[in-house]
Design a binder for this molecule. Sequence first.
Ligand SMILES: Cc1cc2nc3c(=O)[nH]c(=O)nc-3n(C[C@H](O)[C@H](O)[C@H](O)COP(=O)(O)OP(=O)(O)OC[C@H]3O[C@@H](n4cnc5c(N)ncnc54)[C@H](O)[C@@H]3O)c2cc1C
Length: 374
Amino acid sequence: MESFDIAVIGAGMAGASIAACLAPDRHVILLEREDRPGYHSTGRSAALWVPKYGPPLVRTLTRASKPFFEAPGDGFGPVPLLTPRGGLVLAREDQRPALAALIGESGGALRPVGASGARAAVPLLRPDYAADAAFDPEVADIDVAALHQGFLRRLRAHGGALRTRAEVRGLYPAGGGWRIETEAGPVAADIVVNAGGAWADRVADLAGAVPLGLVPKRRTAIILDPPPGVDPAPWPVVDDVGEAFYLKPDAGRLLASPADATPSPPCDTAPDELDVAICVDRIERAFDLGVRHIGHRWAGLRSFLPDGLPVAGFDPAVPGFFWLAGQGGYGIQMAPALARAAAALLLGRPLPDDLAAAGVTAAALSPGRLAVPA
Ligand SMILES: Cc1cc2nc3c(=O)[nH]c(=O)nc-3n(C[C@H](O)[C@H](O)[C@H](O)COP(=O)(O)OP(=O)(O)OC[C@H]3O[C@@H](n4cnc5c(N)ncnc54)[C@H](O)[C@@H]3O)c2cc1C
């Protein structure tokens, strides 16, 4: 049986990023159930970097990831991982107070541009829809495939292994570490990392750890054609201040989402026809975009812990079982910093200076914070 220092379960963005961070110091194997890494949430995201999105810890990790996105180093190609996009937040007449509050909270980072400014940026915006708008110049597109593949290349460059079609079906304490039964045969490792995305609580179950109450939530996306002769490439991503939809340029076409968040069991999720219809309705109310044809549609799971924050840390009761889960709707944009923090915690090292200085603590990331009192 092959033996490793660390076995990471799940080859999405979480698993790939922590495996790449650990590989220079430890012998690492990445175990993935599907026949290709990135098949689930990681391959289904909207690929946005929005530093003002999410709770404060998420925002901190997102900002702390920026230097990596700008200069990722070995294993990453010459293509930029971040491309400026900009974000427009719209408010209907009844949503003006919500937009004003958001602008106030942003401490000047969100610029009021008014309805006319919004229409200048996105000419398809219906004049009778938005009463007000603000612009966030920091929003960027992420090249998710380049980021994910770069982490996997770095893992391999340091002698790490990726095994696909290797669903983990059993985790058994053995010799101070783990015997891991997979679809592709058993392996042994001292430490197991649970980066199972929507399945993280199921993976915990296999190890005899208490699940943390992770709730996967389905989100739908559809691809639409712009009207003939309209090139949406320079448009910002357009968001509704009430988070009822967003629309962003995507390779000459438009990606739209009703920003749904429907609780779901972990699964290979697919869009619900009602969510697609709701999406088209909301988009048509806001934009002059008679939708005649939907190019492509998909859904993915965004998995949330009860407090909305990610976990990175050893299980309080099961030795050698390390959690990296609960990335919600931010698992791409904060991946580089979260993986650095997780790798340091796993190796028993202090958190990297920049993260500690920004206020990230082991306690805030610890799964122990979610423990149900006995
Ligand atoms: C529509 C949509 C839009 C989004 N937009 C954004 C965005 O703009 N920006 C952003 O930052 N985030 C976004 N997200 C969130 C982001 O996609 C996720 O947070 C991120 O992909 C989570 O990565 P992960 O590796 O934890 O999960 P996953 O990518 O799902 O990977 C988990 C992997 O674990 C594997 N696995 C599970 N159990 C086992 C087992 N027993 N054995 C072996 N393998 C196993 C699964 O097969 C899977 O491949 C979006 C998500 C959706 C659905």
